[in-house]
Each structure stands twice: as C-alpha cells, then as structure tokens.
Ligand binder design. Structure first.
Ligand code: HEC
Length: 134
C-alpha cells in the first residue's frame, strides 16, 4: 500500500468519525447561558424548581421539545398557560425580546441542557427566525 492510499483511508475514516459525533453545545456557550439565566430567569424560575407562581423548568416537555418552543417562550412570554399539578399558575412570563439573538440562543441552550438534558446547541439564526416579521 503506498503512502497516498494510506492517507486516503485515514482521511475517510477521520471524516466518518467527525460526522458521526452529534453536535454538542460548547462549554463557552453553556457558561454564557448560565450567566444570562442568573440575570434574566432565576428570579422567577429559581434553581429550576419554580415556586407557587412560576413553573419548574426541570422536566418541562417544552424545554425538551423543539428549540423553537423555548425560543418563543423567551421572545413572546407566556400568560396563564402552564398547568402544574392540575392547577393553572398565577404568574405570567413577560416577553424578554430585548435580549439579542445570541443571548436568547445561549440561555435557551443552557436551560435545555441543564433542565432537559438536551446537549444540542441553539443557533442565533434559529432565534432570528422566530422574531416577528418587520
Ligand atoms: C417575571 C418572571 C419570569 C421571568 C423573568 C422568566 N420567566 Fe419563564 N415563566 C414564568 C411564568 C410565570 C411562566 C408560566 C406562564 C404561564 O403559566 O403561562 C413561565 C414559563 C416559562 C417556560 C415554559 C415552561 C413550560 O413547561 O410550559 C419556559 C421554557 C420559560 N418560562 C423559560 C424562561 C427563561 C429561559 C427565562 C429567562 C431568559 C424566563 N423564563 C424568565 C415567569 C418568568
């Protein structure tokens, strides 16, 4: 086997390994998301368990579902839709649409990772796609 054949086999093998790896959120993005969570979300959602007015994020089906659901929650807020233990909650979530696309992507990545075990990173372009058309 000449060197070129060996090189081609190795290059093919490496690119297959790279493709098979699922895309993971970077530790940088998660760290930025954690800071944003403590600035913009923790006052209501506490450590993820929520309280009498605010729903827990741990175990939220929304968080584990399509990223667009979490993104839209942040951009548009939510009023009296959550039912926890059979009761509608009293709290309302304001629209946090003053956050930039990058900030929403980072905090959405963080909450999905932390409370929903989703390791897939949310991209700023996915946030831009959910903003109202101008
Ligand atoms: C002022 C309080 C407040 C802040 C700040 C806030 N939320 Fe909320 N959030 C709520 C309330 C209250 C609800 C439920 C509203 C309802 O019942 O319709 C909610 C609902 C949600 C839901 C939907 C949960 C489900 O399972 O239906 C998600 C996801 C969420 N918030 C994420 C966030 C993130 C991420 C941030 C920060 C970027 C944030 N929230 C900031 C109060 C808040």
């Amino acid at each position: 086997m000449n060197r070129w054949t060996l090189f081609l086999i190795l290059a093919t093998a490496l690119s297959l390994v790279a493709c098979a790896r699922p895309e993971l959120a970077s530790s940088d993005q998660l760290a930025r998301g954690e800071v944003l969570y403590s600035l913009h979300c923790i006052q209501c959602h506490t450590d993820g368990r929520g309280d009498a007015l605010n729903p827990p994020l741990f175990g939220s089906a929304k968080i584990r579902g399509q990223p667009s659901a979490t993104i839209r929650n942040i951009l548009y807020g939510q009023q009296h839709e959550s039912i926890v233990s059979g009761k509608k909650l009293g709290g309302i979530m304001p629209a946090l649409d003053y956050l930039t696309d990058e900030e929403v992507a980072d905090v959405a990545t963080y909450v999905r990772f932390r409370f929903g075990n989703v390791t897939h990173p949310v991209q700023p372009a996915e946030v831009a796609a959910q903003r109202p058309a101008r």
